[in-house]
Design a protein around this ligand. Structure first.
Ligand code: HEM
Length: 367
């Protein structure tokens, strides 16, 4: 039975976030079908991505608040708030010694409750913080303001959209699709992992192993070059005297930076449409095509400047770790009758750049 890679990775990503926040898994990796926690998030994101009449006619905002998606969002958010409120209640009971579970978990909730005990944070502020942390992987147009020495977060939904899907998940999915399409590259990743982990005592890939897995990182880099999760970045020209390709761009004009096209520029990348992780291993290549770039802008899958992706460092640890965990000691086979070249690498662009056809593969344990 094929596993839908995107679904499995997405559940794992959710569990990573929930464990950082309150030391619990919120998604069941083995249960098929809809997940209760995801069921709390997805309706909010769906409503967020819909247009409101007041987007075009701001004076009609009161009507949206009464009948539009803003009203439905508050109903869905109330359910999520209630979920976090229960988490707070249970943790406080455990800390008082009257509930079950561990008294101290050294997670974000513990830190927030300590601030609460010092009267530096209200319960509602804790709930707001947990909610924003949950969405931060999903949200794209968002601003975080720091108020009163503690985070109070306001989400500013711009007039475009909310990313209802998550960047790390699609990147892992693209990497798996390319590795299954190129079995010889998959073998290289697996051999590198086997060699690296044979030197240690663990069967599991750990974050500390990542420093010894250059080919794995090259695969992630090549995946981001060909399939940047966020392919288009909107910007507004902020100064006078800007020109692009000889055309003057007036101040205030909107421009769109096309990371997808930059990654496939034949002037920069030989055989631009081919999946060749080795190009990132050539002598000096790593220096020249580092994510932060040099002075040129030939490789910027996380954007650039003041608005550069703040999740970059986290993504550059979590994406390789997720990918390595998927392929280490598990062989992935394509569904019966499917050849590597049958994998559909066409993309579709909604809020992130996704595979048009979800990737399914059959895991076979090699332990
Ligand atoms: C492979 C994974 C990821 C990719 C390819 C990616 C890519 C990007 C890109 C291209 C931008 C726009 C940057 C710009 O405007 O110059 C961005 C913005 C952003 N990313 Fe990521 N991202 C990833 C993962 C993450 C993660 C894991 C988080 C949070 C934990 C995150 C949070 C954000 C936020 C909050 C912004 C908006 C920053 C702003 O507008 O000031 N991203 N990301």
């Amino acid at each position: 039975m094929p596993v839908i890679i995107r679904e499995a990775v997405n559940r794992t990503v959710l569990n990573v976030i929930s464990n950082i926040l309150f030391s619990e898994d919120v998604a069941d990796l083995s249960a098929p079908g809809a997940q209760p926690f995801r069921g709390l998030i997805v309706p909010v994101l769906e409503e967020w991505s819909k247009s409101n009449v007041s987007d075009a006619f701001p004076f009609l905002a009161p009507i949206d608040h009464l009948f539009g998606s803003r009203r439905r969002i508050s109903i869905h958010l109330a359910k999520l708030f209630n979920f976090f409120d229960q988490e707070i209640v249970q943790r406080r009971l455990a800390r008082n010694g009257t509930g079950t579970g561990s008294k101290k978990n050294n997670d974000v909730l513990d830190i927030l409750l300590e601030r609460h005990a010092m009267s530096k944070l209200t319960r509602q502020e804790i709930i707001t913080f947990l909610t924003v942390c949950t969405f931060i992987e999903y949200l794209f147009c968002l601003q975080i303001l720091y108020v009163c020495g503690m985070f109070i977060c306001f989400i500013s939904v711009q007039d475009m959209f909310i990313a209802a899907s998550d960047t790390s998940t699609v990147t892992v999915q693209w990497a798996m699709a390319q590795l299954l399409r190129h079995p010889e590259k998959m073998d290289k990743v697996r051999n590198e992992l086997a060699t690296c982990l044979a030197a240690g005592s663990s069967d599991f890939v750990r974050e500390s192993d990542l420093d010894n897995l250059p080919y794995l990182h090259a695969v992630v880099k090549e995946t981001l070059r060909l399939h940047p999760a966020v392919p288009l970045i909107p910007r507004e020209v902020a100064t006078n005297g800007v020109s692009l390709g000889g055309f003057p761009i007036p101040i205030g004009m909107g421009v769109v930076v096309n990371l997808w096209a930059i990654g496939r520029d034949p002037m920069v990348w030989p055989q631009p449409n081919k999946f060749v992780p080795e190009r990132f291993l050539a002598a000096g290549a790593d220096e020249a095509v580092h994510f932060q770039g040099k002075d040129d802008y030939t490789y910027r899958p996380f954007g650039a400047g003041r608005r550069v992706c703040p999740g970059m460092d986290y993504a550059l640890r979590s994406v390789p770790l997720l990918l390595a965990s998927l392929v280490h000691k598990t062989e992935w086979r394509l569904p019966d009758g499917m050849a590597p070249e049958d994998i559909d690498l066409n993309d579709c662009y909604g809020t992130v750049l996704n595979l048009a056809t979800p990737l399914g593969a059959v895991p076979v344990s090699t332990v």
